[in-house]
Design a binder for this molecule. Structure first.
Ligand SMILES: [Fe+2]
Length: 283
């Protein structure tokens, strides 16, 4: 096994590994450390089934079931812990997965919960060439880049993370459109989180649409959020994953933001996805 850190603000690749083979405790430790250190890790050329995907995912903790999708159905009833991310429809026209073919804007997964998942894992079964790239932004580096005044302004601020829409902007089943950001449903989390392991601060934003900073007027909150988001999505703190079939990507969900480009609706893209339970500490 070889660990190659990319020359990028985050991410690296684990080479010389076949996830169908036995992984020693030592190897598992090294993989987890590499993901924790680099926030995103790519493993290419895999050929695994859903059982293996779940087995490997458990290396990072306990599996966390996917969020309810807009169709209110389970995409993979025999593996309810696995989410399907796809634009493909079956012969009856029913989607086999979530998120369609549009852009998924910058977000972290399910931070609208009190205890959002701490790792996300995506495995590419079928992907179009050079389309539907996924971008990641490093939230330590976003915080570093904030001007001192802005850091001070948001030091003790709490943000509401919208639970009513998914990352493709679709209204989730059972939710109503949000009329004003103050009424946004969802968990409230600190704008800045310190990792007790390295005492380093990072931004924690979740998603921009319908976000609201508690205790501010809507116009103040919108202005401040726009200012922070500018620094959170600077090109210089991002890395892009260009998908190939057999790619498996792991990311530290609460330390990065990610987004997906739109792709040709006639292309087929099928991904299987797991996530790992987090806790209130958000670390
Ligand atoms: Fe996501």
């Amino acid at each position: 096994m070889e660990f190659v850190k990319y020359n990028a603000p985050l991410s690296g690749e684990i080479k010389g590994i076949d996830l169908n083979n036995f992984l020693s405790i030592e190897a598992k430790k090294d993989i987890k450390k590499f993901v924790d250190d680099n926030l995103v890790a790519l493993i290419r050329n895999q050929n695994i089934n859903d059982h293996k995907l779940k087995d490997f995912s458990k290396l990072f903790g306990e599996l966390d079931p996917p969020a309810p999708n807009p169709y209110g159905i389970s995409f993979l009833p025999e593996h309810p812990e696995i989410n399907v991310i796809s634009n493909v429809k079956d012969t009856k026209g029913t989607p086999i997965g979530n998120l369609g073919d549009g852009e998924a804007t910058w977000h972290a997964d399910m931070t609208y919960l009190e205890e959002p998942p701490k790792y996300g894992i995506l495995y590419a079964l079928e992907v179009p060439k050079n389309e539907g790239n996924t971008h990641f932004a490093n939230m330590y580096k976003a915080y570093e880049r904030l001007p001192t005044k802005l850091k001070e302004k948001i030091e003790d601020k709490i943000i509401i993370h919208d639970s009513s829409h998914n990352s493709a902007g679709m209204l989730r089943k059972g939710y109503k459109e949000v009329k004003s950001p103050e009424q946004t449903p969802g968990a409230r989390h600190p704008a800045i989180i310190t990792n007790p392991k390295n005492n380093t601060k990072r931004l924690f934003l979740g998603r921009r649409p319908h976000a609201y900073i508690l205790g501010m007027s809507i116009s103040e909150s919108e202005k401040l959020l726009d200012e922070i988001w500018y620094f959170a999505t600077l090109d210089e703190i991002t890395w892009t994953q260009n998908w190939k079939v057999g790619d498996l990507l792991i990311w530290k969900n609460l330390y990065v933001l990610h987004k997906r480009d739109a792709f040709n609706p006639h292309s087929r893209r099928i991904m299987h996805r797991t996530q790992i339970k987090g806790d209130k500490n958000l670390n």
